[in-house]
Design a protein around this ligand. Structure first.
Ligand SMILES: Cc1ncc(COP(=O)(O)O)c(C=O)c1O
Length: 426
């Protein structure tokens, strides 16, 4: 069948999707998710023994996403009890979950332990103390990784920089031995290994290599001074993707080859046992797998300054541009074959000057009623969506090999009010 000049995503006509489900609309491609996981499998999991991948579920989490992960045998990195709950509810095995967070509460830890979550990644000495008081009497040991702060100044937005010295995350390298001692002083806690996550949207491997060198030196100290092996090294996520033309998605295979070679070399040089290697990609798996469809509304031309094209969504469905200046590209879904001849700014509909999705993008001439597809919105869009200006959350559709399926229905105004308690008699 001859395709129209509309923009197709995973073999599906996005204009037809917008008309069928309304806009704004999140569209997620199962094909792309599986393709990305396929690369991770081939270039890392199947290639190197002792490796595991945990999808960073904060990037995008639904039960359907979990079912894909289960099918692909990929674990889940969760950062809240709600994320653990979602994963368990979808059927993820608890041992396939790692639990993060810089301020896990007593209730969070109790929930994770009682549900037999595979590994808890402790983030502070105070969390280890909290756990030490929680586990006595347990009939087993709880496996812990220590999130380290390797003090790395990575090149990314400061809000996505998570391993610099001045960060709320992680235990400093100088405190590591004390942390290991504190863990092993408790009968029911077991030190399994170390974790770091340098930041998000990183393109240079040097930051990972610098962190690995610092960490292996500490593994050596832990071995020599405490006679304890580090069984696992979890190097987090952060692998960058191409939102705009000048960016280039990290070549995962090349990254992992370099990381594994350097790690093996360092372990050998330091006469350390081979540690299992975990990764936690979020964005790299899901960003390119999502688009958001909008309808074009008001167009305001300010001569000599700019043309604002407003769409029917904005910061409630994608807060990243206003939160940290994230950049996106877009296509006009119903004019995909037309020349880009107009420089415009895509504004959201919220009552905030900062509610702009894309500054200065060249697109075909736009009119009210056109459909705009903002690309690569799979990561941290749906998961960060909110109700600002009492905006119901958009519907979410999965597409796969030319077929579409509604996965999350559009919220109603009643959904927005559903948790409010009103005394009708008052
Ligand atoms: C501990 C940890 N692991 C993994 C990730 C995933 O990062 P990304 O989506 O950039 O791969 C994050 C993101 O904040 C994180 O905090």
């Amino acid at each position: 069948m001859k395709k129209s000049s509309n923009y197709y995503f995973s073999g599906v006509d996005t204009v037809a999707l917008a008309q069928k489900y309304g806009t704004p609309l999140y569209v997620v491609s199962e094909d792309i998710i599986r393709e990305k996981i396929g690369v991770i499998r081939k270039s890392f999991l199947d290639k190197y023994p002792g490796t595991k991948a945990f999808y960073a579920s904060k990037a995008f989490l639904t039960q359907r996403m979990c079912k894909i992960l289960i099918d692909e045998n990929i674990g889940v990195d969760a950062v809240s009890s709600g994320e653990i709950y979602t994963a368990l509810k979808a059927g993820v095995k608890p041992e396939h979950i790692v639990f993060h967070g810089n301020n896990k509460t007593f209730d969070d830890l109790t929930y994770a332990i009682s549900n037999h979550v595979g590994k808890i990644v402790v983030d502070s000495m105070s969390e280890i103390e909290l756990l030490s008081g929680l586990v006595p009497g347990l009939d087993r040991k709880v496996n812990l990784l220590i999130r380290t702060n390797p003090s790395i100044e990575a090149e990314t937005h400061q809000y996505m920089n998570t391993a610099r010295k001045d960060s709320k995350f992680g235990i400093s390298l100088n405190e590591l031995q004390d942390a290991v001692k504190l863990i092993n002083a408790s009968e029911n806690l077991h030190y399994s290994g170390l974790h770091f996550h340098i930041g998000s949207q990183l393109f240079k491997i040097d930051f990972y290599l610098e962190a690995i060198r610092k960490i292996v030196a500490r593994m050596k100290e832990i071995k020599d001074q405490l006679q304890i092996d580090t069984e696992v090294l979890n190097i987090g996520g952060g692998y960058g993707v191409d939102y705009i033309e000048k960016e280039k998605t990290v070549d995962f295979s090349e990254f992992m080859d370099t990381i594994v070679n350097e790690l093996n070399r360092l372990l050998k040089e330091n006469e350390l046992k081979m540690a299992d290697l975990y990764v936690e990609p979020g964005r790299w798996i899901i960003a390119n797998a999502g688009i958001t469809l909008y309808s074009v509304g008001t167009i305001k031309e300010i001569p000599g300054i700019r043309t604002f094209v407003s769409v029917d969504g904005g910061m409630p469905d994608n807060i990243r541009p206003s939160l940290y200046g994230a950049k996106y590209s877009a296509v006009v879904a119903n004019k995909a074959d037309q020349p880009k001849e107009e420089l415009v700014t895509i504004a959201g509909k919220c009552c905030e000057t900062g509610d702009v999705l894309i500054y200065d993008i060249c697109l075909p001439k736009l009119e009210r009623g056109d459909y705009l597809a903002v690309l690569d919105t799979g990561a941290y869009n749906y998961s960060m969506s909110n109700h600002y200006n009492m905006t119901p959350k958009p519907a979410l559709v999965f597409v796969k090999n030319g077929e579409d399926e509604l996965s999350i229905r559009r919220q109603t105004y009643d959904d927005l009010l559903s948790c409010e308690i009103i005394d009708e008699d008052a």
